[in-house]
Each structure stands twice: as structure tokens, then as C-alpha cells.
Design a protein around this ligand. Structure first.
Ligand SMILES: [Zn+2]
Length: 282
């Protein structure tokens, strides 16, 4: 298990290199989740860049000493073994930090198709969807459980389990991320798009909907510790689905929380079909 600060610092180094090369980017996935919902222990470092800059972003990391992985047998690159979204390019490990990785580059059209062009530099203060990882408007840090007895302290030291948000990352190079509301909406949209997608028949071990569900759960507004909840007001079209998602007692199968939303989005042509597998290096 790696130190979350190491993951964050490394993400900051990558974002700085991309920014310096003129590649607007958004930190995404598990690493970003802690800022807007709940910290999840993971070594993944995921970035979204516009499709036409995926190649350039990959080249920048190669120049920085990252070793590109194109092996079809790699668990990160094999859609049959993979229980996560497949990146356009990935690096198994971070140079000199062998416990960190993979680092993955995703094309915007696959993940955030609905989002406007990713701006270069800082998002404007009134940006609807984006803010920086050091923005004081982010949910404050929450530590809900510390070693509470001498026995626990002997066993774990002064350990604290983070079950809520990480708080703004003040000492790390600021990166663009989605706001809690937009991040939640992005995951709902991905879940709707990929729910029971036909690629399951092509040998995907898990549908991507399962992966989006794993990311969506930490955003939920029902938690054992209510202090760990980040309350969100989503855009009107998402509110009913989100309320269904957060029902304490699910009257029917949880998976159907999005049914009505999905039908409405399809009718309005706002829901693209599953984009399929895209690898920069086939
Ligand atoms: Zn690999």
C-alpha cells in the first residue's frame, strides 16, 4: 500500500509536465476521488486529455523516463482480465517509485464527452465543472477513526482511517479536477452509457458499469458516519436518479436507479453508445 501523498505528488509532477508541454489535462479516477468524495486506497494515476493530445501526452511521459507498456498480456492492458476502464496508453510503474502505478492516459471522448474543451491553465473561478486540487472550496479533510486504545496504538501506531474526503492538496502542484457535482454526474453518465454494454459478450470479464459503480459508491450520500458525506446538488436532470441511488432501503434492484434517466438521455440523443476499446498502440 502506498502513501497517498506519494500518489498525489507524482500526479502533480505529471500534470506539471503536461501543462508545460501545452497539454490541458484533468486528474481523474481513484486518485481524484478522494478530493470530491472519499479517499480510496489505490495506486492508479489517471489523466484525461483531449483525444488529439493523447499521443503527445504519452510521448511526454516517455521523455520523463516512464516505460510505456504495450503488452496485450499485461493485466492493465487486457480487456479480458481488466475490471477497470481501458486506457489509450498506460505505464505500469512510475520510474524510481516501483510501488506506484499504473499511470494511464484516457481520451476525453471516452470519459468526459459532454464536457467543454479542457482549458489550458487554471479554470476560471466560475467554471461550472472544474476546479483545482488546492481549491479551498473542496470538502474539508475528515479523519473519522483514529487508534482509540493502547492496544490499537501498539498494533497500528497513530493510524487514522480516512473514510471521507482528503481535503484540498495544498502542498502539491495544482491540477484540474471535476467538482464533486460534475464528477458525480460524469460517473452516472458513464454508468448509463455502459450499463450492460454489448462488449461483455466480447470477453470483458466485467462490464465497465461495475467499475463506474465502484467509483460512484464513495460519492454516495448515505454513509455510516454522516460527517463523511459530501452533499451535492446535481443538475436537475440527474436529481431523481441520484435520489434513487441514495435511498437507504432499495425497493428494487439497485442497478435500476438510473433507468428513467437513461431512457430520457437516449431520447434526447445525449447518451453515446459504448465507444469500444481504443489503444494508442495496438
Ligand atoms: Zn502494462
Amino acid at each position: 500500500m502506498s502513501d497517498p501523498n506519494e500518489v498525489r505528488g507524482t500526479a502533480g509532477d505529471i500534470a506539471r509536465a503536461l501543462d508545460d508541454a501545452g497539454i490541458p489535462n484533468i486528474l481523474w479516477g481513484y486518485a481524484a476521488l478522494g478530493l470530491v468524495g472519499q479517499v480510496k486506497v489505490s495506486n492508479d494515476i489517471d489523466f484525461v486529455v483531449s483525444d488529439e493530445l493523447v499521443q503527445k501526452a504519452t510521448d511526454i511521459l516517455i521523455v520523463k523516463g516512464y516505460e510505456l507498456c504495450t503488452s496485450r498480456k499485461c493485466p492493465w492492458g487486457d480487456e479480458r482480465k481488466r475490471a477497470r476502464a481501458l486506457a489509450a496508453a498506460h505505464f505500469d510503474i512510475v520510474p524510481d517509485k516501483k510501488n506506484l502505478g499504473p499511470v494511464q492516459i484516457f481520451p476525453k471522448s471516452h470519459i468526459l464527452w459532454w464536457l467543454k474543451k479542457i482549458p489550458a491553465g487554471d479554470p476560471s473561478p466560475d467554471d461550472e465543472d472544474l476546479l483545482l486540487t488546492n481549491d479551498p472550496r473542496l470538502p474539508p479533510k475528515l479523519k473519522t477513526r483514529s487508534a482509540s486504545s493502547p492496544i490499537e496504538r501498539d498494533l497500528y501506531g497513530n493510524y487514522t482511517e480516512e473514510v471521507g474526503p482528503s481535503g484540498p492538496w495544498e502542498k502539491i502542484y495544482p491540477m484540474k479536477i471535476l467538482k464533486p457535482e460534475s464528477f458525480t454526474e460524469a460517473l452516472i453518465l458513464l454508468y448509463c452509457r455502459d450499463y450492460h454494454n454489448p462488449n461483455i459478450g466480447d470477453g470483458l470479464q466485467l462490464g465497465y458499469d461495475k467499475y463506474w459503480k465502484r467509483l460512484l459508491l464513495p460519492m454516495g450520500e448515505v454513509k455510516v458516519d454522516p460527517k463523511a458525506i459530501v452533499p451535492k446538488t446535481l443538475r436537475p436532470e440527474f436529481r431523481e436518479a441520484w435520489a434513487n441511488f441514495n435511498l437507504v432501503e432499495q425497493p428494487y434492484f439497485w442497478e435500476f436507479f438510473h433507468d428513467d434517466l437513461c431512457a430520457k438521455l437516449k431520447k434526447q440523443n445525449k447518451l453515446p453508445s459504448f465507444p469500444g476499446i481504443f489503444r494508442l498502440y495496438q
